[in-house]
Design a protein around this ligand. Structure first.
Ligand code: ADP
Ligand code: MG
Length: 140
């Protein structure tokens, strides 16, 4: 299987509750490696740009408000089958539907405040990593 990169956000609800270390441990326990990481507080244009694919969805404004409500941890993760592996670790968008052992089952509050983001495919992974990191910020 191919070595891939994916993009992760530990979202405001999780950072605010002091869950950075717990979520990072779940990530690294799967064997995924952190290639780049930073704590940031997004501004509105940055969050709107990141979620541009959702701008017609009814929850877009609420989603942007939430994502700028506090700091987040953005990272680039790498490993075998990284995109699908991390999506599986996150669990379903709605924590109420998320499988046991997933980040969202453990820590998600509701369908919006669901603690984490992960890229949903190779094209979005590339775009999302590049949205937050320059090439020279990735180790190795
Ligand atoms: P995922 O993060 O699982 O890929 P989506 O890409 O569909 O899910 O949605 C992006 C984010 O928007 C979700 O993670 C969640 O924070 C928020 N969201 C999704 N659906 C809803 C909804 N029905 N109401 C409020 N927020 C939502
Ligand atoms: Mg998505």
């Amino acid at each position: 299987m191919a070595i891939e990169k994916t993009f992760s956000i530990i979202k405001p609800d999780a950072v605010e509750r002091g869950l950075i270390a717990e979520i990072l441990k779940m990530i690294t326990d799967t064997g995924l490696k952190v290639k780049a990481m930073k704590l940031i507080h997004m501004d509105r244009p940055q969050a709107e740009g990141f979620y541009a694919v959702h701008k017609e969805r009814p929850f877009f404004n609420e989603l942007v408000e939430y994502m700028i409500s506090g700091p987040v941890v953005v990272s680039c993760l790498e490993g075998e089958n990284a995109i699908e592996k991390y999506r599986t670790l996150m669990g379903s968008t709605n924590p109420a539907d998320a499988a046991e052992g997933t980040i969202r089952a453990a820590y998600g509050i509701d369908i919006q405040n669901n603690s984490c983001h992960g890229s949903d495919g190779p094209d979005t992974a590339k775009i999302e990593v590049a949205y937050f990191f320059n090439d020279d910020e990735l180790v190795g």
